[in-house]
Ligand binder design. Sequence first.
Ligand code: CAA
Length: 379
Amino acid sequence: MNFNYTDEQLMIQQAARDFAERELLAGVIERDDHAIFPTEQVKMMTEMGFMGMMTSPEYDGGGMDTVSYVLAMEEIAKIDAAASVIMSVCNSLVNWGIEKFGTEAQKEKFLKPLARGEKLGAFLLSEPEAGSDATSQRTTAEDKGDHYLLNGTKNWITNANCASTYVVIAQTNPEKKHKGINAFIVDKNSAGISLGPHENKMGMRSSDTHSVMFTDVIVPKENRIGDDGFGFKYAMQVLEGGRIGIAAQALGIAAGALERSVRYAQERKAFGTEIFNHQAIAFKLADMAVKVENARLLTVKAAWLKDQKQPFGNASAMAKLYASEAAMWVTTEAVQIHGGYGYVKEYHVERLMREAKLTQIYEGTSEVQKIVISRSLIK
Ligand code: CAA
């Protein structure tokens, strides 16, 4: 067992940390306040290769492993979790699935520009009436011979406006239930696609979330990923990897809250001494540190399993569940340690707390992770 990162992994971690502190920190409160998409910052992340970091060099990506991705995600999420989810959706929900299951023509046409960061991607699974119950897809993809006709509505779609390439999950044969579902690569500029307003979210406010409506959208047959009926399994497998990204994001949020709290506790004085010297605060920090470290171990383990080409679905569910619950707890304690200052925006921890909440919800709620984990116990 080796707990050391390689020199390359450490270099990526340092590059992400420097970038986040240099380019993301300054405007993060304003972007969050006014729900401003981080256009310039995403451009810089693209130039640094973060948007296609796990895609093979053969398809113009960075060819980095999942552990490196986790390290980069943690550093970016520490400072600006909304920026990290844009990166996570591109890397794990869109690029990885197309690389693993797409045809050579799909990779040439869609994956390469995504991996170069020239285009951003979005993953469209959730619907108004299909969130956790993902098999209940109401969006239809009618087989018309040489093309499919898409109709329906997708909800809560991250990157819906900034993305050019959508991966859409839709039902082709309702009588076959989940075995009738397909996954399609859809050009966002296709006729018949319209977007709802930007969602006014509690946290991750600068990420670009909309509902997406499809009205008789023509999708060429060659844009279907995998065999007819593979779409639900495709979505589940892609989400196994996606959950590692969200675990890393939750880890970053928790680690960021811990770092800020440790600093604050050494500066702030009460009852004649720095509050770190009060056991009530020191013990909170100790508990926070243990949760952060546990979250890191589970997340890096899931990433490592994926890199070793071993099954990682259960590990990614455990990492996502634990890290997001830890993030919620740690950020709540961080606000408590900061007292009144924690409740105002300048000290960042209230934002981290709002961001933590979403990690318990998207890419499978904590309850969904428990379904996955408990089922694995009797397999
Ligand atoms: N890999 C491959 N196949 C899988 C699989 C996996 N990980 N998980 C399930 N399957 C297969 C099953 O084997 C089964 O196939 P067969 O019938 O051939 O055996 C089929 O899929 C149906 O599986 P289940 O019976 O387990 O399905 P279920 O209805 O009980 O649902 C669930 C299981 C885990 C709850 C699933 O619906 C789920 O993960 N729901 C949550 C959806 C989700 O995570 N949404 C996130 C949206 S994306 C997002 O959030 C992006 C963002 O904004 C950042």
